[in-house]
Design a protein around this ligand. Structure first.
Ligand SMILES: [Zn+2]
Length: 694
């Protein structure tokens, strides 16, 4: 199960956690035993994590984090483990205790408590899931079997899009890139079972092996569904062929980062010309959005290719593919054990190198957060997010924005005209901290105790209909794209907002007991990171109103690109695993944000120290100056290690650089770092050819 409804929020900070593909059948007793393992949040700067025998000027990641993995080895149920994972797990325990309180079938529960409690309890009820088998999916399987001609496909595809079956393409709504006040329909490439297009096309032993494992996985799933071995194997081959053909007409992940490449507004009639095999007007009506006249066809070539494929592929093969996508898109925790384990075997073990499934309760907590994030989040915030944390973060965000304002003034490469526009955009950034002002209303969503597949399906359909209902309506600027307990953050260029959920505003990222230097290095760098996204290779193409509009003089744009090119080369030289290098272009936006973010945090830290007359030469109990503390805290945002298979997956699919490069790639570009640690020019962390963008 790799498929989730993808929303093009372009810039996310980190992946703290585990995937829902993992999880073992563990009972409540196990949950109680596990509760003792709840990791304690580390304080601001943790000296234990450091390898003080290493030379900070040679390898700062080793110096700041060299002992982390000795203290926190990667648990068997994770593909990697880092500073963020501690916070992620800690938050998971917090959500768990809230859910346990409402899981009993008690009539005095509020409507939201009934929903979250019953969703969670149903997920935990493996006996009922086992007893139900695939029965709840039978009506869907019957619909596929009952298709008599390709002309009947449209209705089924519309239904499948609503319940998140990843069938042939993807569909949703977005803010119009050119007019952010408008919300429009969007269709995009999709329909693949492997994580990304290049998984089908890449050559080499590792890629071949993954494809063989994938075909074997599909074969195994069909066997579990009752097909004889031969038929299952030949069906799997057909699916592989069809998906490979879809991959060939898909855009690569790096090209998709440029908003211009995925923005092709057109009337529905034009889409109908590209892909007449699907009755589009009917399709939109069937998804509850009648009257769509114009939309964004993100990748027109894909729809042209899809149409040829639909013409040349026989109906039986299409049905086989749809059966596969139905079962693969159904969350594996809702399926009987054999399916769940087979799913984990491929997507967890083979693809991510994770030896063991996560405990059932952890998967159920994450599933509930995914389905009812704002119902659970509302209670979470009340119990775990102090008002003081919000107030202090607001102050920090204002400081960092002030630093950006000052930074723009000092940039030597930017013309005065572009500076005016950059500041205009900066001053329009909306700061969202902790949780939304208005919570989502789930009253129309029915959660039924004992119906795991039904609950999961109704929850995604509720969410998809909520999204689609926005088409043609004014934008709600207060909306959040992450639930409050999420240990992550994001910038959305169409909204021009930076968002820091309560989950990430915890120690060590934000620690009320830490020094200012530590907090600026930790959360300050994170705030700076998100703010800089508004001005990275992608974000800079949008203006303060969130519109894709070129506000740069041609000369400034050229200079910007030359400077980012330096980062493309710098990160492209890092070896992630074996023979696999970091993709400097795919990670450019994140690397720019990391570099700019630390610069802004550093400026804000200095301004704050000046304001408070802090002596920057005074050493703390560990012998560090405040400036050293600042850089160490930054480094410790990214302590941890990742399994080799997961690194491979990350480099191919994730716009973030692997964690050690998020440390050294950035400090290498800051001479202030070298100065703070007494490095000599020419040493690895103080190279002559440092890159500077923001
Ligand atoms: Zn980011």
């Amino acid at each position: 199960m790799m498929t989730k409804k993808k929303k093009r929020i372009l810039s996310i900070l980190i992946l703290a956690g585990a995937s829902l593909t993992a999880g073992s059948i563990a009972a409540k007793a196990q949950a109680a035993a596990d509760a003792e393992k709840n990791p304690k949040l580390p304080g601001g700067l943790d000296k234990q994590f450091m390898d003080t025998g290493a030379d900070p000027c040679v390898n700062f990641a080793q110096y700041a984090c060299g002992n982390f993995t000795k203290i926190y080895p990667i648990p068997a149920d994770m593909a990697g483990y880092g500073s963020g994972s501690i916070v992620f797990e800690h938050t998971e325990y917090a959500m768990h205790s809230l859910l346990e309180k409402v899981a009993a079938n008690d009539p005095s529960r509020t409507p939201n408590e009934q929903k979250t409690g019953d969703f969670y309890a149903t997920c935990m009820d493996t006996d009922a899931i086992q007893a139900a088998g695939l029965k709840p999916l039978q009506p869907e399987l019957d619909r596929i079997a009952g298709l008599k001609s390709k002309s009947e496909l449209t209705d089924l595809l519309a239904h499948f899009q609503l319940i998140n079956v990843n069938a042939l393409f993807s569909y949703g709504e977005q803010q119009d890139f050119k007019d952010a006040r408008k919300q429009i329909a969007v269709v995009d490439q999709g329909g693949l079972g492997l994580p990304e297009r290049d998984y089908y096309l890449r050559t080499g032993e590792a890629a071949e092996k993954t494809r063989q494992q994938y075909v074997q996985h599909i074969t195994n799933v069909f066997k579990l569904m009752g097909e004889p071995e031969d038929k299952a194997a030949s069906d799997a081959q057909k699916i592989m062929q069809l998906e490979t053909a879809l991959a060939k007409v898909s855009m690569d992940i790096t090209s998709q980062r440029d908003p211009k490449n995925v923005y092709h507004p057109m009337p529905v009639s034009q889409l109908a010309g590209l892909a007449p095999e699907i009755a589009w007007t009917n399709f939109f009506e069937r998804t509850g959005v009648p009257g769509v006249t114009d939309l964004n066809v993100a990748n027109p070539d894909f729809f042209k290719g899809l149409n040829s494929l639909l013409q040349s592929t026989d109906l039986d093969t299409i049905k086989t593919y749809l059966r596969w996508q139905l079962i693969n898109s159904t969350p594996s925790y809702t399926l009987p054990t054999a399916f769940d384990e087979e799913d984990f075997n491929f997507f967890g073990r083979d693809l991510r190198g994770q030896p063991q499934q996560r405990a059932r309760w952890k998967r159920c907590v994450q599933a509930t957060d995914g389905a009812l994030g704002e119902a659970l989040g509302q209670v979470y915030v009340k119990a775990y997010f102090p008002a003081e944390s919000k107030a202090k973060t607001v102050q920090m965000v204002h400081d960092i924005e002030g630093a950006m304002d000052a930074r723009i003034d000092t940039l030597t490469w930017m013309s005065p005209e572009t500076k005016v526009k950059a500041k205009e955009k900066l001053h329009m950034v909306a700061d969202k901290i902790g949780y939304p002002d208005h919570w989502r209303d789930y009253s129309a969503l029915k959660i039924v105790r004992g119906d795991a597949i039904g609950n999961a399906t109704r929850a995604v359909e509720f969410e998809n209909r909520r999204e689609l209902a926005k088409i043609g309506k004014p934008v709600d600027r207060g909306e959040w794209g992450m639930s409050a307990p999420t240990v992550n953050a994001y910038y959305n260029p169409s909204m021009n907002d930076i968002n820091f959920p309560a989950g990430i505003l915890q120690a060590p990222f934000f620690d009320p007991d830490a020094t200012d230097a530590e907090n600026y290095g930790h959360v300050g760098a994170i705030v700076g990171h998100e703010l800089t996204h508004g001005f990275d290779d992608q974000g800079r193409q949008f203006d303060g109103n969130g519109n894709l509009a070129d506000w740069w003089t041609p000369d400034d744009a050229k200079k910007f690109e030359a400077m980012t090119d330096c980062e493309v080369k710098e990160y492209g030289n890092f070896t992630a695993v074996d023979d696999v290098k970091v993709n400097g272009k795919l990670t450019l936006g994140e690397n720019t944000a990391d570099n700019g973010g630390l610069r802004l945090a550093y400026m804000a830290f200095l301004a704050d120290a000046k304001r408070k007359s802090i002596d920057l030469t005074a050493k703390d109990a560990n012998g560090f100056t405040p400036t050293q503390e600042f850089f160490l805290a930054y480094g410790q945002n990214w302590c941890g290690s990742i399994r080799p298979q997961q690194v491979r997956l990350q480099v191919q699919t994730d716009p973030h650089s692997p964690r050690q490069f998020r440390i050294i790639g950035v400090v290498q570009n800051m001479p202030e770092f070298g100065k703070a640690f007494g490095c000599k020019p020419g040493q690895p962390m103080m190279p002559e050819n440092a890159c500077h963008v923001w």
